[in-house]
Design a binder for this molecule. Sequence first.
Ligand code: AMP
Length: 265
Amino acid sequence: MERDLYSIRMRAEHDGSHCSGAERIAAAGDLPALAAELVARALGTGSGAPDRVHCSVDRLAGEILYRRLPDVQTFDVPDWMTGRACASALLLRAGVAPVAVAVAMAQLAAGPAPGGRVMRGAMIVDALTGTRLEADPARGVRASRMDLVMDARQGVSAELAAAGLGHHRVAEALVLAGKILGAPGIVAELCWSDAPDYLSGYVADPHHGYQRITRMKAAGDGFGGRALFVRTSGWTLEAFVAYLERQAVLFDSLGTIAPPQPWKA
Ligand code: AMP
């Protein structure tokens, strides 16, 4: 029988705003060390000492899905303007309508939450019209309960590092994108970080996997976020959100990693 597994989540706040977060899935015996690791991470974010660190542990109930991570491809671009042009082209190829691409790009660049702020989660965007569908435009939808299986972690990290993708953000984004690509109704995902010093981003879609773009914004730019593009029929918002928030998904292997290539329009 499979051992009980737990979701362990950390989030930290500084001056009333979110400053760090991470989550893992693990067996009971691994939780104390993981809790220490996550708290150490919260304390070492570099964005000021957190005022509060929350750590929560929930036993997973229900089925756990085991999946393979998406294939990885990297497009090298000389600057962020070319990066955004590359992202737009990849989204159009995935089946997102031009108006929806334009709306999402403009909103991520300007701060998609009310008042031009960064969101805590992702926008849900109608891939045909660009209409935003998430219930709360400040929070958005947050994907949760996904991780690498413990035994695959070292191998996946080593393979990513050998391909020059050893930054912990890449592995985490790959797991998140892998979960998102399994959602009912998903057409594509667009992401660039709001961290002012992390400039790369990606477009993911179910046919082409995780397509990393080396520059999506200028250094020092504190805007970013995620847009999840969904088709207009054959799914419900409730099922989409329930899958992202509650369904546990563990990844047991990496897809293919293609060598980086320059983007050619
Ligand atoms: P990050 O890649 O951690 O810098 O996050 C970039 C943006 O993606 C954040 O500002 C959020 O808008 C969004 N985001 C981060 N984590 C999640 C998540 N678990 N689910 C959905 N959106 C997220």
